[in-house]
Every structure is written in structure tokens, then in C-alpha cells.
Design a protein around this ligand. Structure first.
Ligand SMILES: Cc1cc2nc3c(=O)[nH]c(=O)nc-3n(C[C@H](O)[C@H](O)[C@H](O)COP(=O)(O)OP(=O)(O)OC[C@H]3O[C@@H](n4cnc5c(N)ncnc54)[C@H](O)[C@@H]3O)c2cc1C
Length: 524
């Protein structure tokens, strides 16, 4: 069996980041990925000759990605061009509209005009609280290996004691928002941030309001689409010597003398490894998708504890009757009913709808020509929350038609008519289950419901020595920046756990070859 050094299963964000960082440390790394290319959920779909982002569209916490590139001796700017969005998102309730801006004063003014001075003050207080929570948890929780409640308190230290006692884990986000906003539409708007990690605002802790701070801190538009980021991370890995094997689904993680020792592919081929990082959802390990020998490596996630899935339309549409911005959210008139249906495993009768108009600038101009909005079919990704039932009976064409009708009815409340091209690609929870097996199509791992959920999320280390987890279903959480942080944490743990052996191996470097010692970490 050839030794591939460290094997990373999956070329999602967490896998790509961990591979690049390890290779930059001199480790031999091989990424093995079932799909034909990198990205995982960070993906693009070709529709009628156009590449359309079909996964993440909102890029935040740019500094996390910059740090990854810097740690690999490169810069993010060299790979992707991006611009800050001045208009973060447009929100609509029937004919009423509210824009949020990167400039907090502009958002406060807009909220004042929309709902009155009291809610503008409420917004200011909410923003300060979201920032406080983010700042308190950034280093000791998001950038550190998964703590328990006590470890977190210890990490926050005496100076952070005040913050620790007021992390608001026992109050629901929905309840807490009622204390800031009198206008139910604003409560709904800020509750939506819970869905960024696939949670219900009625069940997740108020702590998650920190997500609002992340978005308010900056949204970036990447030229050529978010998928460029996946390509950039792949290039970063390659230039540090990472080998990529695509169309290479892994059937089993091999164990020798009690530690991870390699992988076996679906076709029976085996490669040895000194450690394995699994970027596939840990749920797949727990149900035995990687073999009975590793099942016990992680805690199972019961289907009832899964985060949300989504119904996603990716294609071209002729839009009329409403001034779409790059990111527009059309809210239903009953958020609790919407989440009650999802929690019961059903589609919402009147769902909220997110539309990403990818040919538009943040404000809604035609991004390709700098001209007013397109009067021709444009590239759109439309997302509606769905229950994570992708491992149940398949979604029928009739059900898909119902989802589409309800989505179109939802946006029509605000006057938008969307004429979707017949070539539009639907991604159902079943399709997400196929991409990320054993999840039921849950996009963000275990749901962040209840005060202890964040402490129960899979950590970087597993119960099997030499086997690590990285990705959006692993600590610290979902979304592109968090998946990147988890990749980083997996690498930190791996390097800390193992004394490395050094062998001399030629490495591709920007501008030439280097023969500086490369690690094959770790030895068994
Ligand atoms: C529709 C949608 C919209 C989103 N919007 C945003 C957004 O706007 N902003 C944001 O920050 N985040 C967003 N997210 C979330 C974000 O995309 C994810 O949290 C992040 O990309 C997850 O990365 P990951 O590291 O967990 O890897 P994943 O994307 O989960 O990839 C895992 C990889 O492992 C591979 N794999 C699995 N099993 C095997 C096997 N047996 N053998 C080989 N390979 C295997 C899979 O093929 C896959 O490529 C969105 C997600 C979706 C789906």
C-alpha cells in the first residue's frame, strides 16, 4: 500500500483548508473526493452555458480566509478579486421594504424610517449586544478546540467573567429579539440569522445573535462568483504540494493497532496514511458509512437533532415588478408557523424566500454592465428552508411543483414575478443527502437548539487516534468561515497530537522547487 501521508476525505471548505495548511507545514497530503471537483456545498452549476453559484452566496469574515492564505505563504487577493457590498440585503414583507447597509448609521436611519425611533434605538442596542457576544466568543470558542461549558468559562478568564455569565444560552433568539424590536417584521428579520446555521429562531439560544454581527461586519462580493473561492483554496493546496484525487469515493477508513491508518475506496483500492481528516459529515462516520470499525469514533446525531435542509432553484429567470438587489429576502407573514412546519418535517405552507440575483451588484444594478437592472433573463439562486428528510421517500415531481408554486406565491406578495426557465435545476434535500451522505440533507450538522447544542457539536478530535473531523458540521459551526476555522483546528490538533518525522521531499513553491524537509506526520 502506498503511503499518502495525511489523507483528507472531502474537498469541501474544511477539507481544502486543512489540506493546504498541513502541506504548508511540510506534510505530504492527499485529498480524496467523491465529486469531480473541489468545493462540496460551495459549488457551481452550469445551466445553459452559464456558471451559477448553487451554494453559498454571502461571503463574510474575510479575515478568516486571509489568515489561511497567509499561513500558507500567499494572499487571498492574489487568487480572488472582491468588493465590499454597501447594501447587505433587501427585505420585503408584501409591499413594504427595508434595506440593511454596511454602514450601521444608514441601517439605523432606514430602520427609523421603517418602524420608528424606538426600533432604531432597539437596533442600536441589538447591534451592540451582537458585537459583545461575538467578541466574547471569538477567541475562546470560535478559534479554539471545542470546549465544554467549564472549559469555556476558564478560557474566558476572570476578565471575561461578566461576558460568560451573560452569553444568553437559556433564552431563545426569538424571545430575546422581542426585547429589542416592537415591530414584528424586525424581529423576524433578525431572527432569520438563525437559519444561517440551519436552526429555528424559536429553539436556538439568543447567543446566535452574534451571526448578525458577522454580517454587519462586512459582506463581500467575489468577482466571478463564490465558487472562485473553492478554486483558490484548491490552487493554494496544489502549490504547497497537495495531491487531489477526484471521483474517488471512500468506502472505509482503515484502522491498524487502534489508530487511523488509511482509506479504502469504493473500488477496493487502499492507500495508507499516517492520519486521516474526515471532511465528510461526521454523521456518516456514526452510521457506519466508513466501516463498522470507526462507527464509535463520533457521537451519532439523531434525525430529530438535524439542522435544516433547503430547496434550491438554480437557473435563469426573467424578473419583473420588484427591484431585486443582489441579496433579497421575501418574508412570510407567520414565522412561528413556518418553523413549526419545518420542525414537524413538513414544507411550510407560506415559506420565506431568499433570492440571490447574481448578475446584479449589491444595489441591484446589472453587475456585468454597471447599468440598471437586467431586462433579460438573469442568473438566480433561490432558497427556501426545508426539513432534513432527504433520506426518506424521494420528493415527487408533484411535490416539487408545490414547492415552486409556494415559492412564487411568496415573492409575488411583494410584486415580484419570476419567470423561471425550464432548464432551472432543483436541488432537493435528497440531492443534498447524495452530496453529503447520512445527513438527510441537513446542511449544517447538528441543529443549534438548546443551550448545550454548541458543546455537543463534533469536535476536531474523534475517539480514534489519528482520525480528525473538519467541516461545517464540526465545531465551531456552519458556514464558509466556520468550516475554514474547523479545518484549521483539525490541523492544530493533528500537529499537536503527533511527533512528526521528517523526510526530504521536493515541494512545489511559488517561483520554483524547494527541497526543505517535508513531514509525513504522524507516525503510528
Ligand atoms: C444552498 C446553500 C447556501 C449556503 N449559503 C451560505 C452562505 O451564503 N454563506 C456561508 O458562509 N455559508 C453558506 N452555506 C454553508 C456552507 O456552504 C457550508 O457550511 C460549507 O461550505 C461546508 O463546508 P464543509 O467543509 O463542511 O464541506 P462540505 O461542503 O460539506 O463538503 C464535504 C465534501 O466531502 C465529500 N465526501 C463526502 N463523503 C465522501 C466520501 N465517502 N468519499 C469522498 N468524499 C466524500 C463530499 O463530496 C463533499 O465534497 C450554504 C450552504 C448551502 C448548501
Amino acid at each position: 500500500m502506498a503511503d499518502a501521508g495525511v489523507v483528507v476525505i472531502g474537498a469541501g471548505v474544511g477539507g481544502l483548508v486543512s489540506a493546504a495548511l498541513l502541506a504548508a507545514q511540510g506534510c505530504a497530503v492527499t485529498v480524496v473526493e467523491a465529486q469531480p471537483g473541489p468545493g462540496g456545498k460551495l459549488r457551481t452549476i452550469a445551466v445553459d452555458g452559464d456558471a451559477i453559484d448553487a451554494g453559498p452566496t454571502v461571503f463574510t469574515l474575510r479575515s478568516v480566509m486571509e489568515d489561511v492564505f497567509a499561513a500558507c505563504g500567499d494572499t487571498l487577493d492574489r487568487h480572488v478579486t472582491m468588493r465590499p457590498a454597501a447594501l447587505l440585503a433587501r427585505h420585503a414583507w408584501g409591499p413594504a421594504r427595508l434595506d440593511l447597509f454596511a454602514d450601521p448609521a444608514a441601517s439605523e436611519d432606514a430602520i427609523g424610517a421603517f418602524a420608528g425611533a424606538a426600533d432604531a434605538r432597539g437596533y442600536r442596542a441589538f447591534r451592540a449586544e451582537a458585537k459583545r457576544l461575538f467578541t466574547a466568543l471569538d477567541r475562546p470558542f470560535l478559534h479554539a478546540t471545542r470546549p465544554g461549558p467549564l472549559t469555556l468559562g476558564w478560557r474566558m478568564g476572570l476578565r471575561g467573567l461578566g461576558d460568560y455569565c451573560t452569553l444568553r444560552p437559556y433564552t431563545s433568539l426569538w424571545h430575546a429579539l422581542g426585547g429589542y424590536f416592537t415591530d414584528p417584521r424586525l424581529r423576524q428579520l433578525f431572527a432569520r440569522y438563525a437559519t444561517y446555521c440551519g436552526a429555528s429562531p424559536m429553539q436556538c439560544p439568543a447567543t446566535l445573535m452574534l451571526i448578525a454581527h458577522v454580517e454587519a461586519s462586512g459582506v463581500w462580493l467575489i468577482d466571478g462568483g463564490m465558487y472562485r473561492l473553492a478554486l483558490a483554496l484548491e490552487a493554494l493546496g496544489r502549490q504547497n504540494g497537495v495531491r487531489f484525487r477526484y471521483r474517488a469515493p471512500v468506502r472505509a477508513i482503515l484502522i491498524e493497532r487502534g489508530r487511523a491508518a488509511g482509506v479504502m475506496f469504493e473500488d477496493g483500492e487502499r492507500i495508507a496514511a499516517s492520519a486521516v481528516i474526515c471532511n465528510a459529515d461526521p454523521a456518516a462516520i456514526a452510521v457506519g458509512r466508513f466501516g463498522a470499525a470507526v462507527r464509535h469514533a463520533v457521537a451519532p446525531v439523531p434525525a430529530t437533532h438535524r439542522s435544516l435542509s433547503a430547496m434550491v432553484w438554480t437557473g435563469h429567470a426573467q424578473a419583473a415588478g420588484f427591484p431585486l438587489a443582489r441579496h433579497t429576502v421575501f418574508f412570510s407573514d407567520d414565522y412561528p408557523a413556518e418553523f413549526a412546519a419545518l420542525s414537524a418535517g413538513r414544507a411550510a405552507a407560506r415559506p420565506s424566500v431568499y433570492v440571490c440575483a447574481q448578475d446584479r451588484s449589491d444595489s441591484g444594478d446589472d453587475d456585468r454592465r454597471g447599468a440598471p437592472a437586467p431586462a433579460r433573463p438573469e442568473r438566480v439562486q433561490i432558497i427556501v428552508n426545508a426539513p432534513p428528510t432527504g433520506d426518506g421517500p424521494d420528493t415527487s415531481q408533484e411535490e416539487i411543483a408545490t414547492w415552486t408554486r409556494r415559492m412564487l406565491e411568496g415573492v409575488s406578495q411583494a410584486g415580484l414575478s419570476l419567470d423561471l426557465a425550464p432548464s432551472t435545476v432543483m436541488t432537493t434535500p435528497h440531492a443534498f443527502e447524495a452530496l453529503c451522505p447520512s445527513t438527510g440533507g441537513a446542511l449544517y450538522g447538528r441543529a443549534s437548539h438548546g443551550w448545550a447544542a454548541s458543546f455537543r457539536r463534533q469536535g476536531s478530535r474523534t475517539r480514534i487516534p489519528g482520525l480528525y473531523c473538519a467541516g461545517g458540521s464540526t465545531h465551531p459551526g456552519a458556514g464558509v468561515p466556520m468550516a475554514a476555522l474547523s479545518g484549521r483546528l483539525a490541523v492544530d490538533c493533528l500537529l499537536r497530537d503527533h511527533a512528526s518525522t521528517f523526510v526530504s521531499m521536493p515541494r512545489a513553491m511559488p517561483g520554483g522547487m524547494s527541497t526543505r524537509p517535508a513531514r509525513t506526520a504522524p507516525t503510528g
